[in-house]
Design a protein around this ligand. Structure first.
Ligand code: PRX
Length: 644
């Protein structure tokens, strides 16, 4: 581990320089309110004593049995945290609060997309809901360590389902409700889930999504699933397979549903969940997170970065199906005893004032969302947010992709009224928690996530593994372990080592490129692999290509990501047709639909172009970088490895 002078240390120990490009300096007001007054003091301490920093944080939570060791690096990169301890994240996210003043505090508030339904749950009530679901899924023969796939819309039961699994020690695998048959099927199959928890349907932008129907199609090829628990949301008729499918609301009326149910004591390193994410090659891989370290990491980062206070109404507008939802809708806020708001719908339905209306209605104090949503709302103009009272807001957050300065300014000026600092948090499914981020007392530069979180060191390296000069672009790597780090790829330890720890041995390869400026601020440029970020959602070129190949007209295809004004990146496909197929606009449209139908609407390509040949290396690898350059009219770079 890097003990020598690290770039991050240099940055923190520097005398306060005249920072270039700062658009926001914490006002005395903000500093006076902040739980943490001096970023430098904590950063310096954590840099000196990483384990000491995390140990102190861990002590703020409850453990059934204390740890013997904070960090075990003996089998690095298979790091272990808080070894020897017994704990359950649900004990800290729910049970623990019942013996405190928070017992009757609201844990979760939810509003339906049509605005006609509002539900709220105190910690006391949440515990009863989670217990009821936990007892039901346990009665279905789900044991500690078994995987459960959750495929639902944004409703409170999705949160209960995650917590219920964790409570009994089952491993949840949430699949985003916007994914379709192939994506769901692949994830159920790989995880060998015993149980699927789903809904009859969900609502998104005024449309009904037939989740149960999609699940049925996926389950045709998933023999591991013994039971399907169906939550009623739309009330629309769905087919129920006898023996296999069970209505949740019916089981709630039976004696198996218990309002008091024990929380299982887990080893800190026992898996809490797996979450599939796209990598550079092949099928999505399941990232493994644990009860102990992930708990400490999400608790601590949310506490410091969003400065959580008792009276906050915190809204993370992501979907529980992505890591942002796991860490910062569900676990992080509940671990902090906060009130988390969950909204069923999207930002601009039925009109672009919907989110602003919700902020006013619920007195939201912290809003955390993605640049794509900001850009989408910005285009409707200032009148929409200006119609509502947004004065409850005190902090804003951004995640998922680089935020362009124009969107940053609009968010800051129009939404935050120049009062609310924006926490631009850089992190990943793999990191589990914020890794590069400011806190409210850090001066902000639009488009930069400021500096690595306490105790962390981020380096920017060239191909040979040497640090690049400040201001130059390079590969972003992390050099110190952190408690919420992924523990591996489910069922594939070799791929874990190869993918993350082999490019620069001993250093965690993020897959992003970045630069650091003279003030030590980090600027993320984007992915350097075949991952495409569409509206902040992470998709792989390989997944799009596998969907295309299932169409009878397609012989071969390549998908690439190109800049998109609203989405950040859009998917563009190049297709070589089979001999008997004829290129036409109608076929191109059919192929776009085909991808959407197989993967989900978020993966619908912007366009499909037909070509006779794809640029390949002599070993047959598609050179997507050449396609990308060509499509943008940029220089094609080194073509010496091109096939012909
Ligand atoms: O490229 C970075 C981008 O999102 C990737 C991780 O995607 P995912 O695992 O889906 O997690 C997204 C939510 C944590 C990163 O490799 N990314 C994430 N946050 C930022 C970002 N790019 C720039 N700025 C950010 N704040």
């Amino acid at each position: 581990m890097a003990k020598k002078k690290s770039p991050a240390r240099k940055a923190t120990s520097a005398k306060k320089p005249a920072l270039k490009g700062v658009a926001y300096r914490p006002t005395p007001d903000v500093i006076a309110q902040a739980n943490l007054k001096s970023w430098e003091t904590v950063a310096r301490k954590a840099n000196r004593d990483l384990e000491g920093f995390w140990e102190a944080e861990a002590r703020e939570l409850e453990w059934y049995k204390p740890w013997k060791k904070v960090l075990d690096s003996s089998k690095a990169p298979f790091y272990k945290w808080f070894t020897g301890s017994r704990v359950n994240i649900v004990h800290n996210a729910v049970d623990r609060h019942l013996n405190t003043h928070r017992k009757n505090k609201l844990a979760l508030i939810w509003e339906s997309e049509d605005g006609k339904e509002e539900r709220s749950y105190s910690y006391y009530k949440l515990n009863r809901e989670v217990s009821r679901m936990a007892s039901i899924i346990k009665s279905m023969g789900v044991h500690k360590g078994d995987r459960v796939t959750i495929y639902m819309g944004r409703i409170p039961e999705a949160v209960f389902a995650m917590l219920a699994c964790a409570k009994i020690g089952a491993v949840h695998s949430v699949v985003f409700g916007g994914f379709s048959v192939d994506a769901l099927q692949g994830r159920i199959e790989d995880s060998e889930s015993k149980l699927l928890i789903t809904c009859d349907g969900s609502y998104q932008n005024g449309k009904r999504i037939e989740l149960k129907q999609i699940a049925d199609a996926a389950l045709e090829r998933c023999p591991s699933v013994q039971n399907v628990l169906v939550v009623q949301r739309t009330g629309h008729e769905v087919s129920m397979q006898p023996e296999r499918d069970h209505w949740y609301h019916e089981l709630l009326e039976t004696p198996v549903a218990q309002e008091r149910f024990p929380t299982e004591a887990m080893d800190a390193e026992d898996p809490l969940f797996i979450l599939y994410t796209s990598g550079s090659t092949g099928r999505p891989k399941a990232i493994v997170h644990t009860h102990g370290g992930y708990m400490v990491g999400t608790y601590t980062t949310l506490k410091y970065v969003f400065d959580i206070k008792e009276e906050d109404r915190y809204w993370c507008a992501a979907d529980p199906g992505w890591i942002t939802g796991h860490s910062y809708i569900v676990y992080g806020p509940l671990l902090n005893g906060a009130t988390s708001f969950l909204y069923e719908g999207g930002p601009a339905f039925p009109n672009p004032g919907r989110w602003w209306q919700l902020i006013e209605r619920y007195g939201i104090t912290i809003l955390y969302t993605a640049p794509t949503a900001i850009r989408g709302l910005m285009r409707f103009g200032d009148d929409w947010p200006n119609q509502y009272d947004l004065s409850s807001l005190r902090l804003l957050g951004s995640v998922g992709e680089p935020i362009n300065p124009e969107a940053w300014r609009w968010y800051f000026n129009v939404v935050g009224k120049k009062r609310c600092p924006i926490m631009d948090t850089w992190w990943q499914t793999e990191t589990g928690m914020f890794m590069i981020t400011p806190t409210p007392v850090v001066p902000l530069k639009p488009g930069s996530g400021a500096k690595p979180f306490f105790g962390q060191v981020a380096e920017i390296l060239d191909e040979a593994g040497k640090p690049v000069k400040d201001g130059e672009e390079g590969y972003l790597v992390l050099t110190r372990p952190w408690p919420a780090m992924l523990r591996g790829i489910y069922g594939d330890p070799d791929r874990y080592v190869k993918q993350y720890w082999s490019t620069y041995p001993g250093k965690y390869m993020t897959g992003d490129s970045a630069r650091r400026d003279k003030d030590g601020y980090y600027w993320i440029i984007g992915r350097v692999d075949d991952v495409i970020k569409v509206s902040g959602h992470r998709l792989g070129t390989a997944e799009v290509e596998s969907a295309l190949i299932t169409h009878p007209a397609v012989a071969e295809s390549a998908a690439i990501g190109l800049p998109h004004e609203l989405k950040g990146q859009g998917i563009h496909c190049f297709v070589v047709l089979r001999q008997d197929a004829v290129a036409s606009d109608a076929l191109a449209e059919e192929l776009r639909q085909h991808v959407a139908q197989h993967m989900g609407a978020i993966a619908r390509p912007e366009d499909v172009r037909f070509t006779d040949k794809l640029p390949k290396t002599r070993s047959g690898k598609i050179m997507r970088r050449v396609l990308k350059a060509r499509a943008q009219g940029l220089p094609e770079g080194d073509l010496s490895t091109l096939e012909d």
